[in-house]
Design a protein around this ligand. Sequence first.
Ligand SMILES: [Cu+2]
Length: 188
Amino acid sequence: MKLHTPLLAAAIVLALTACGKSSEPAATPDTLAPAEAAPAPEAAPAVDASATAAATDATAATADQCTFNLEGNDAMQYNVKNIDVPKSCTQFTINLKHTGTMPVAAMGHNVVIAKTSDMNGVAADGATVQPDHVKAGDTRVVAHSGMVGGGQSTSITFDVPKIADGSYSFFCTFPGHSTMMHGTLTLV
Ligand SMILES: [Cu+2]
């Protein structure tokens, strides 16, 4: 059989060639297929699967990683100057707690997200807007919370891709506060 096979194959090729070129494309893959397919089943899918699972666990963001607890106080200060935002988060939440005791009318705080270059403009345009101090329909604003006074909390959630096209900051738009109450958002 072994001796005859090459001869047989050669005979078939010759025969097909003689029949016309239109038959060659179909005949060639059939001839090569058994030899090329043989090594494929030797791959080890078990190892690949565990490696993929480990990689997924390492890159998947947890709810904790996609949330930051920010504080504002009676001294017109946030407690941080930067918040890292993991790129692996689809959405990111900032919870703001006013740790002071002063009323919202005197020491109100909120948290607003916009490009750093738009911060002063957003704050200025919101200065006279009651009660949130953010101009209605301000397209520069990615997200903003309401104003809170001492002991109160508020929260914002935004889509992480919305802060990927430049340098963004979080800040308070209570009149006069953004000069002190601002920080950067850093995609990590
Ligand atoms: Cu404030």
